[in-house]
Design a protein around this ligand. Structure first.
Ligand SMILES: [Fe+2]
Length: 235
């Protein structure tokens, strides 16, 4: 598979990543603030629920928000997209396919394709990874991959049916092809492992990255008797 990732992705200043653990009732999500170390321009990935934590993180990093990156349209990933984009007068970037699928609308919404986005001196490379929803993006920024509900350290996102599981299989294959072993994986949720695991470790330990055929992957992803959505291996 031809790489969509240009060489300049690896020649830019090292982005600063701040992990923000957000909670709402029984739910926990991870948001990520990514800052250009030179201009202090920042983007936030999948913001939800706790505005004050985002504001505090921006102050602490001496950064200003210039964009909201959204991996997909599920409510726990877009909760603060519109209010933050309004407050900081910046775009919400979501894949064209996800905008179409979800009907999500917001004043500052900008549907995007896989063209790289510039944020100060850093480059955001969207990678189309459907399956969990039809328009999921992962975002590669330097040596950091923000994966939303596509890839977790411990598993992968839910797929509603066989076709979407096939898409998820192809998306995970694509990640395996494109992403370097030393890349850190920052998912939307953690089910035991801290955000920021090395992809080479995730590749070895995540059972969903071990399949070579879409049929066997889909059969496992959709297996019956899964008692909890996020017990990945043996339930
Ligand atoms: Fe989701």
């Amino acid at each position: 598979m031809e790489s969509i990732i240009p060489n300049f992705q690896f020649a830019m200043p090292t982005p600063e990543v701040t992990v923000l653990k957000m909670s709402h009732k029984f739910m926990i999500n991870y948001n990520y603030l990514v800052v250009d170390p030179i201009t202090r321009e920042a983007v936030i990935v999948d913001p939800a629920w706790q505005t004050e934590k985002v504001d505090e993180a921006l102050v602490e990093a001496n950064a200003h928000l210039v964009g909201v990156l959204v991996t997909h349209s599920h409510p726990d990933h877009i909760d603060l997209a519109a209010p933050l984009s309004k407050k900081y007068e910046c775009p919400i970037w979501m894949s064209k396919q996800e905008v179409k699928f979800s009907n999500y609308r917001a004043e500052h919404l900008v549907p995007i394709d896989e063209s790289p986005l510039k944020v100060g001196n850093i480059v955001v490379q969207p990678i189309f990874t459907p399956g969990h929803t039809p328009g999921c993006f992962c975002f590669l920024i330097g040596d950091n991959l923000f994966t939303g509900d596509v890839l977790f350290a411990e598993g992968c996102g839910m797929c509603p049916d066989t076709e979407s599981a096939y898409s998820m299989f192809e998306s995970l294959q694509r990640i395996r092809t494109l992403i370097k072993p030393a890349t850190r994986i920052f998912p939307g949720h953690s089910y035991g492992r801290k955000p920021g695991q090395l992809f080479e470790d995730v590749t070895k330990e995540n059972i969903y990255l071990q399949f070579d055929k879409k049929e066997s992957f889909a059969a496992f992803r959709l297996r019956s008797g899964q008692k909890k959505s996020f017990i990945f291996n043996f339930s």
